[in-house]
Ligand binder design. Structure first.
Ligand code: 0X9
Ligand code: ZN
Length: 408
């Protein structure tokens, strides 16, 4: 028996994947496996085992993984998981999976071509487009207008963080078109960038098989056979200086080098190409916090004006959403996050929101899946902070004029 397992393992080890296939389908499989050793061989291919029975398992995996198992002759049944099976667990259907997000973005482009330009800013490991929406009342001149960038979905399981930027995109577009004077005035003088899902591979993996997986990272294939890099540890400012892991299997794996990942490379290139960006907001979940740099060290930002502008804006935004404002490292030290890089490298006034719920209300990891019922209220309570960052993008330091007492 052991010899057979060793042979099977060897066959798998010798299976050299062909050049990356364009097939990004996910496959459901019933796989013959009689004991824990055979199940480990199955798991080692990278498939996600969903159910274990006496003499078989069910699992989901990629074409490559399916082919590896077929070589062993262990696959009894397989079929492609269709779009409807990739969707969120039933009760959370209001959240957007990646096909729905793509459809939504394309629909918005068709409805609002005068004020919206949708682009793909890069491809993920699994060949998905990372969508960026650029919105302005003056798209032709947008490069010369003050700009803000909103992002969501760095972390796979933080689905609420995708629903906010997507909602604000539609809110801006529809309110502008309806003639809401506040939004018309703002958008005529601003350039808005929205990247609702930075990590679409992770998003899809987290919901694949109709069951949440508490997945955090992207879906990079690491050198040791594990999957995923923590995108919020992969940005290249003071990368790897604390609060991130060198172990590829860790949930906070920083990656083999700064900006090793297609997702962070795409954000880097996009921000560098839009030098007019002056304010940034990266949505995460959960804990109800408004965070600002630094994250990689306990000291505050040295430049007092820069420190003050972050502190004052964070405190102002907290009045609207009721979240707690604090320096990121006061939560915990972590290097390689988005906002340390965007402020440290580009001087962008940068915030991370940890959305609802609080730790106390839900406890444990349930907080990543608060249900669809919370979506509208969280979108509403964060609307004023979002508009505030848009309004002050022309010169965020204006907020200091009426907040800092003159030196006597
Ligand atoms: O750890 C993170 O990346 C963020 N929290 S989450 O639960 N969404 O994973 C917080 C990032 C804040 N930055 C630092 N603490 N450096
Ligand atoms: Zn997060």
């Amino acid at each position: 028996m052991k010899a057979r397992i060793a042979a099977a393992a060897l066959t798998l080890l010798c299976f050299i994947p062909q050049a990356r296939t364009q097939d990004s389908n996910l496959y459901w499989m019933k796989i013959r496996a009689n004991d824990k050793f055979q199940r480990s061989v199955v798991a080692d291919t990278g498939v996600s085992i969903e159910a274990v029975r006496e003499d078989f398992v069910t699992a989901t995996g990629t074409l490559e993984e399916k082919e590896a198992l077929e070589k062993l002759g262990w696959v009894e049944v397989s079929f492609t998981i269709g779009a409807e099976m990739m969707a969120f667990p039933g009760q959370d259907a209001a959240y957007h999976d990646y096909p729905e997000l793509t459809q939504k973005v394309q629909d918005l482009q068709k409805t609002y071509p005068q004020i919206l330009k949708v682009t793909s800013i890069g491809k993920t490991n699994e060949n998905r487009d990372i969508w960026a929406l650029r919105i302005s009342g003056n798209l032709a001149q947008a490069d010369n207008l003050p700009a803000v960038i909103y992002m969501g979905g760095h972390h796979a399981r933080e689905h609420l963080s995708v629903e906010l930027p997507l909602f604000y995109a539609e809110y801006f577009l529809s309110e502008y078109t309806k003639g809401n004077p506040r939004i018309v005035n703002l958008l005529n003088g601003r350039d808005v960038h929205i990247i609702p899902a930075v990590n679409p591979d992770g998003l899809e993996y987290d919901i694949s098989g109709g069951r949440y997986k508490l997945w955090r990272k992207n879906r990079a294939r690491n050198s040791d056979g594990t999957f995923g890099v923590d995108l919020n540890r992969n940005y290249g400012y003071q990368w790897g200086t604390g609060g991130s892991s060198s172990n590829p299997g860790s949930d906070t794996f920083k990656g083999p080098k700064p900006f090793s990942e297609p997702e962070t490379q795409a954000i880097k290139a996009y921000v560098e190409a839009h030098q007019n960006i002056s304010t940034l907001l990266s949505f995460h979940t959960f804990s109800e916090l408004v965070l600002y740099p630094w994250g990689h060290k306990y000291n505050g930002i040295d430049n007092n004006r820069d420190f003050q502008v972050h502190k004052v804006m964070a405190e102002k935004m907290s009045e609207w959403n009721g979240y707690q404002p604090m320096q990121s490292s006061a939560l915990y030290q972590a290097s390689g996050d988005t906002t340390d890089w965007s402020y440290g490298e580009h001087g962008i006034v940068s915030f991370t929101f940890e959305l609802d719920p609080t730790n106390s209300g839900w406890g444990g990891s349930d907080g990543f899946y608060p249900g669809a019922g919370v979506i509208p209220a969280v979108q509403q309570k964060n609307l004023e902070p979002v508009l505030y960052l848009l309004q002050y993008a022309d010169n965020p330091y204006r907020v200091l004029e009426f907040n800092i007492n003159p030196i006597p």
